[in-house]
Design a protein around this ligand. Structure first.
Ligand code: HAM
Length: 421
């Protein structure tokens, strides 16, 4: 049996890298005042259909949807924004008239074509700010992502920003775009021909050559923004400049989910090729209403953690994990093992890593294992040691050894050099 295509195991030698990223995320979210939310991995299919949009690739092609034993249509979450909004409504978080700042880390599921940086089960870190209309909130979430990458030491990231307008100005632009692409329909791919009427903005995002060529001269949304959207976009740009965050204006940036309004942004790392978007997000002022709640302007983003990890590895930015002091206890015979486990327990209580043989090895075999395991010290207990009540404690780096009474071993180790950091 093998892990399914597009899924992967994270083994102990890699798990620390995930902990490293997640610790940095949690530290930063706490400074920004974001509280963690954990929502279920699966939800009613309708939540995503209504939230993400019926004509999006995610909903039409990529969802893991099944009927459960009770006959309900269930979907493994392809993203976490819709679920966060559902939870916000279910728990009436809007009741206190406050801005709610949430973050999450977890698995998402999309039936995508697997390749480097694209998986069927992948992990996102995301934030959602619910109930904030000000462009200062957009700037804050962008600054949170930017600061995270900066703290991790990542270089060569490019922030792309755009405004995709609102319910007032986008329909005018949409119509212009349909007219423009209709004149070039023969160069569009079949998918884009199909979605031209329903979702013309998506054509701007199509990777097919004909569509890209057609999109190159397309009208720009930023030329059609209403006064209010323009003012918000200008304010966002001012805040970004004030924060020292450089950005590229990208009028072709449209996102794959339908809930976005106004701000759309991506942070890209070009060496990741086709999967260069490490972070994507934007404002979604209509989503809470769409899901049945009060008008709640909101903004957020999600970072693909596999992609972040790839970028960190490419730039050699993951430090080796701290190694605690490490002792191997080699014991021969039932009584020595009993004494050994007591010492082991005491050492572990002091925060020292302590290992013993669990495979019935000879004393020689245990000594070899101690060397292989990279222990800093080996404690040896045989018949003589049992009789004298003290064990041989050998420093593996120096080769020197001393006899130390059983009870004094934890203190003796604690006073010695720490393990390699
Ligand atoms: P998204 O652009 O669909 O947005 O995904 C965000 C990020 O998740 C992408 O930029 C990418 O790094 C990662 N990602 C997406 N699909 C895959 C995949 N198949 N394999 C690996 N990584 C992937 C959202 O999901 C929105 N919910 C973001 C958001 C939050 N907008 C507002 N709030």
């Amino acid at each position: 049996m093998q892990a399914l295509r597009g899924t992967q195991d994270i083994l102990p030698e890699d798990a620390y890298k995930w902990n490293y990223m997640e610790s940095a995320i949690r530290r930063l979210c706490s400074c920004y005042g974001y509280g963690e939310i954990r929502t279920p991995m699966f939800e009613a299919t309708e939540l995503f259909q209504r939230g993400i949009g019926d004509t999006t690739d995610v909903v039409t092609k990529e969802m893991y949807t099944f009927t459960d034993r009770g006959g309900r249509s269930i979907t493994l979450r392809p993203e976490n924004t819709a679920s966060a909004v559902r939870a916000y409504l279910e728990h009436k978080l809007y009741g206190d008239q406050q801005v709610h700042k949430l973050f999450y880390i977890g698995s998402m599921f999309r039936y995508d074509r697997p390749q480097a940086g694209r998986y069927r089960e992948f992990h996102q870190f995301g934030v959602e700010v619910l109930g904030a209309d000000s462009p200062a909130a957009d700037a804050e979430v962008i600054s949170l992502a930017y600061t995270l990458f900066q703290k991790l030491g990542l270089k060569d990231l490019v922030l792309h920003v755009n405004s995709i307008g609102c319910g007032k100005c986008r329909p005018v632009y949409r119509q212009k775009l349909i007219e423009y692409f209709r004149e070039r329909e023969e160069t569009l791919c079949d998918t884009c021909k199909d979605r031209l009427e329903k979702n013309p903005l998506r054509v701007l995002d199509c990777k097919e050559e004909g569509c890209r060529a057609a999109a190159a001269g397309a009208p720009k949304i930023t030329d059609y923004l209403c006064e209010e959207c323009q003012a918000k976009f200008d304010a966002l740009k001012r805040y970004l400049t004030a924060l020292g965050i450089s950005y590229e204006l990208d009028p072709q940036l449209v996102r794959g989910l339908d809930y976005y309004t106004n701000t759309a942004f991506e942070i890209q790392y070009t060496p990741l090729g086709a999967q260069s978007a490490i972070c994507g997000g934007g404002r979604y002022d209509g989503l809470v209403e769409e899901i049945g709640g009060p008008h709640t302007p909101s903004v957020g983003f999600a970072v693909g953690l596999e992609r972040l990890l790839l970028a960190l590895e490419m730039q050699h930015l993951i430090p080796e994990p701290a190694k605690p002091r490490h002792v191997y206890i080699a014991a021969l015979g039932e009584a020595a093992v009993a004494e050994g486990v007591k010492i082991q327990q005491a050492l572990r209580g002091e925060g020292v890593r302590a290992d013993m043989d669990l495979q019935g090895r000879s004393l020689k075999g245990q000594m070899k294992q101690a060397g292989r395991s990279g222990a800093d010290y080996t404690v040896i207990i045989g018949d003589n040691e049992l009789a004298s009540g003290s064990a041989v404690v050998k420093s593996m780096a120096e080769g020197s050894q001393e006899n130390i009474s059983f009870e004094a071993i934890p203190k003796y180790i604690a006073e010695r050099e720490t393990g390699v950091q």
